[in-house]
Design a protein around this ligand. Structure first.
Ligand SMILES: [Zn+2]
Length: 694
């Protein structure tokens, strides 16, 4: 699953989720000033001293890698930085512009202005000190028994995870909620409950014996202590040790990211009454009361064993430890909007230690991110009007149509697939909704109150507004055309339960998509992204959802067996890649994305050949059409990542690092012909070893 095109870690709350994209946080890649955009492949990024068949990533991006430094406030940087910068600059400009306007009270424009200005007014934030968070800490301190604890744990539930669309399995709250079309009723919204409770990105951070992870844990416990001290707690070292111990116990109950992919294991409908029976320990009636869900009948529980384990821990671990855990998690959640010392301490651990990033982003950039988080559609509406032309929309639609057609032909040509499976695959293409640029409906922010100079309150209300919005949808009819990304996001997504794709305006820009570039580079760059998203419709998870978005295996057993054989080969291929001597990629964890990459390039290549209508492709910059196509593809993934950040990506991300995404061209026959790749070169695969899926 993990359907978004690239690495995406949404932040905790989503007005419309702010996606950090294309392998790292896009909000603030620095400009790659040495690159002036060429309408076509970026010739000055190519390192001709590298043999394409040995290392296609360094061939396509080597000169860029040599001259590019990762900016001190980033975990990494990519070739597409110019594109991300443009989108962010535009977003920042329109927020700045708006923040100076005197828009009418209650309007979206006024909300954007008040939210941004409340973030930028550091003097007011410092002057308030701890006052805004005190009521919440006091409430936690007053918890007297496990019954009241259950009520408070329920009160912390938010709609902050997403299993299949933007793929975020992480919440620091005890559990997380995702509201989406139901596995068993795709016409109505259903609540999915997911495991949670950890501040560190994944259970591996608690359980792994590696020297790196041990060091992370030592620094983490010191960080917990520092945060508690800032908030006025005493005896913070001892408290921190117990909090880490509790999170370690929670981590032991969690299932792994690779296991989260198994949808059939995730499809467990529990009525409210079942929770006490299936997962005893936590007072579930109080929990649901705290969450405001008492009258909601049932939920899908993604990881039943984790629910049983975590619930038992609520009963067995001491009340005082749970209270400290709750307080610490509340402080962490609001750290960015408390006085500077909190944000700095949080960054010192989560930015510096976990990601290796030396410097925090400038405050205004973080302010833009906050506005994008909570008022994403309000900003997006202005963004789309201003920056996405009807011409760009029409051209994007045409490319999508060509690549869908290429997929249709590929399905027809498959020799191993049964006619009944082919018919359903084509039905999925027929009912696929492809959103280009921006959504058809904008989210209504009438229920979100933004007050000038009340940053903490603005964040608290945003979090509740979004939660209430999602809870209000439970049981109501699904809007299949709803978007899950904002137009200003440089990313793309496949929504399996809606059988829909979103391509936001901000990714439909140079160098991904350039109306002045040859078709070869547009198909190689954005075309393979489009192909990648379409492929998710048919990959190991897409195979489980039919043309109506129902959870139904529409493949015959023989077809599935054949599919699993070829995809198993691909998983084994990725298992061999080692970004560090002590760390390999996990071919299973990244399988769906790797399938989508191979299939995406293959279909985009067909779409590109078809777009030539029998004419030869123009030679540009000394490269023929096929060379341009593959170089443009590999240049999508040109990137540099700090070691700590790369280790985190390998441990927690369903996407392979850019270098290995580029290398997937070794599975495509046309690449061998284009670059005259021969046996003996490092990426060479004998024809029978190339993985052909579609
Ligand atoms: Zn994907």
């Amino acid at each position: 699953m993990k359907r978004n095109h690239v690495s995406a870690k949404p932040t905790a709350i989503r007005g419309a989720i702010f996606l950090l994209c294309l392998t790292f946080a896009v909000a603030g890649f620095a400009q790659d000033t040495a690159t002036t955009l060429n309408h076509g492949v970026q010739v000055n990024n190519i390192d001709k001293s590298v043999q394409p068949g040995d290392d296609f990533f360094r061939y396509a991006n080597g000169e860029w890698l040599k001259r590019t430094e990762i900016p001190p406030d980033r975990g990494g940087i990519g070739v597409f930085s110019a594109l991300a910068d443009t989108a962010n600059k535009r977003t920042a400009d329109l927020i700045e512009e708006d923040s100076k306007s005197n828009a009418p009270a209650g309007s979206n424009a006024r909300k954007i202005a008040d939210l941004y200005n409340s973030y930028m007014n550091e003097a007011a934030i410092e002057a308030r000190g701890l006052a805004p968070i005190q009521p919440q800490l006091k409430k936690i301190a007053e918890i007297k028994d496990k019954r009241q604890l259950a009520l408070a744990l329920g009160g912390s539930l938010r709609a902050d995870v997403d299993a299949l669309n933007n793929t975020n399995f992480h919440t620091p709250n005890l559990f997380g909620m995702w509201v989406a079309p139901g596995f068993n009723d795709s016409e109505h919204y259903t609540g999915y409950l997911l495991q949670g409770g950890l501040q560190l990105p994944d259970r591996e951070y608690y359980l792994s014996d590696s020297a790196h992870m041990k060091e992370v844990r030592e620094k983490y416990v010191a960080h917990i202590s520092a945060m508690l001290k800032l908030a006025g707690f005493s005896d913070t070292d001892a408290r921190a040790a117990k909090i880490l111990e509790l999170e370690h116990s929670i981590a032991e109950k969690h299932i792994s990211l690779a296991e989260n992919d198994d949808i059939h294991k995730a499809n467990n409908t529990w009525k409210q009454a079942d929770f006490a029976k299936n997962a005893p320990g936590l007072d579930w009636a109080q929990y649901f009361r705290g969450a405001g869900l008492t009258n909601k009948g049932s939920f899908i529980v993604w990881q039943p064993t984790a629910f049983a384990g975590e619930s038992a821990l609520v009963a067995s671990a001491p009340l005082e430890t749970w209270k400290d855990w709750l307080a610490y998690h509340a402080i962490e959640f609001y750290a960015a909007v408390l006085p500077k010392a909190f944000a700095d301490e949080r960054f010192a651990f989560f930015g510096k230690t976990l990601q290796g990033t030396p410097q925090q982003r400038p405050r205004w950039q973080r302010g833009v991110q906050v506005v994008n988080n909570f008022l994403g559609d309000a900003v997006g509406e202005i963004y789309a009007q201003r920056y996405f032309s009807p011409k760009a929309k029409a051209e994007g639609q045409e490319m999508v149509a060509n690549i869908i057609e290429a997929f249709r032909k590929r399905i027809d040509a498959l020799t191993w697939m049964n006619p009944s499976t082919k018919a359903e695959a084509k039905a999925k293409l027929d009912t696929l909704y492809v959103g280009i640029g921006y959504p058809e409906k904008w989210r209504n922010y009438a229920g979100y109150e933004v007050k000038p100079d009340d940053l903490y309150g603005n964040v608290e209300r945003a979090s509740m507004f979004y939660y209430n919005y999602q809870m209000g949808r439970l049981g109501t009819a699904v809007d299949k055309k709803e978007w899950s990304m904002t137009p200003q996001t440089v990313n793309a997504v496949n929504l399996p339960l809606q059988n829909a794709l979103n391509f936001p305006a901000a990714i439909l820009m140079p160098p991904f998509f350039d109306p002045d570039a040859p078709a070869a580079t547009n198909y190689g760059a954005i075309g393979s992204v489009i192909g990648h998203e379409i492929s998710h419709t048919f990959d190991s998870e897409g195979a489980k959802f039919d043309s109506k978005g129902r959870l139904r295996n529409w493949w015959t057993p023989e077809d599935l067996k054949q599919f699993e054989e070829s995809t198993g080969k691909l998983a084994a291929q990725y298992d061999t890649y080692k970004p560090f001597p002590d760390l390999s990629l996990n071919g299973k964890q990244t399988l769906a994305e790797n399938i989508a990459d191979v299939a995406g390039v293959a279909a985009a290549y067909d779409g590109y050949r078809a777009s030539l209508k029998g004419q030869p492709a123009p030679v540009k910059d000394g490269f023929n059409g096929d060379e341009q196509f593959f170089i443009a593809y590999a240049q999508n993934w040109g990137s540099k990542t700090r070691d700590a950040s790369l280790r985190q990506q390998v441990a927690t991300d369903s996407h392979s690092p850019g270098e290995y995404r580029s290398a997937t061209v070794r599975n495509i026959d046309a690449w061998y012909a284009a670059f005259d790749v021969k046996a003996g070169e490092k990426l060479y695969l004998a024809p029978q070893d190339r993985v052909r899926i579609w």
